[in-house]
Design a binder for this molecule. Sequence first.
Ligand code: 1BN
Ligand code: ZN
Length: 341
Amino acid sequence: MKWLFFLRKIPLLIAFPICSGDFDKSADITAKFSSIKEEFRESVPHRKGLTHNEKMGLTGSRVASIDFDGKIAMQHIEAQTSFGPRSPQYPDAKFQTLSYIRSQIPSSMQIQLHEFNTNGLNGTNLWVSSRVAQKKSNTLIMLGTHWDTRSQADRDTDITQRNIPVLGANDGASGVAVLIEIAKHLHKKPPKINVDLIFFDLEDIGNIGKNAYAMGSREFVKEHPKYRPTAGIIIDMVCDKDLRIPQEYYSSLAAPEVISGLWESAKRQKANVFKDTRGGVIIDDHIPFLEVGIPVVNLIHFPFPKSWHTTKDTIKFCSASSLDQVGRVVLDFIHQYDFNK
Ligand code: 1BN
Ligand code: ZN
């Protein structure tokens, strides 16, 4: 596919010079964890040659009432930001954040740490499996978000602030907050399909030094060549009071069925933060999956809010209602899958 070739060139096209960060202090935080040996997980074959409805297993008009609490999701943002920035130069905050996420995941779910080193940086992806339906369903949906934060507020209007790290209430903590609450919901109301939740590290260090965006998800895809979920959704920057989520460019092109399913869920859930318009070209954690043919959609606020990559990315601009809408739409999408499709 021609566009896939183009997609690989995008990081070069958007690259612009920014001072490199000081990552020499970055300690091996992941060494503090006992390394969990990764087990091979049964891969689910990617479904080809099916119609839109067959691929998505959508049944039409069943409207589930979805139990998702945006106010509790706000508390997860509060907790994460209380640890400080979660970028490579803050290993203690990173350790605390990983511990926090782990502590919030229901005990019925399995957790694996995927530790990696790329460009001289240590990273940890946290992989949660809620394979309740494992024996009954071949469908596996991957929900992902990044848990790291940007090491420099390089879009701050005040140039004296641009070396200060971003706190990442929206850009980092909001996606984690939604995934934690989704995990709790799935524990209480298990779906008929398998769901994985992956918290990616090192997403947000692109164009700082020689680093790229989405390094953690890229390492994950590279090191798990047999991991082939049916489809996936990446959630990023979803708490702003003026949240608007259009249909991200590459997601529309490469995962149109997932886009249609999500926007149908948005209609059912009356989630007006979802807009029926084409969004921007975003290099996020969905790209490494798209590159290997897995249809993954990026749900992201666009055009980016003013707080993006600035010192203003604090909980002050977040809203429980925005988190609530995103959580309900993703859960509606998951529960709409037909049994054993
Ligand atoms: C998302 C949040 N991203 C960074 N913070 C990805 C991105 C990459 C967005 C390039 C715009 C351009
Ligand atoms: Zn960012």
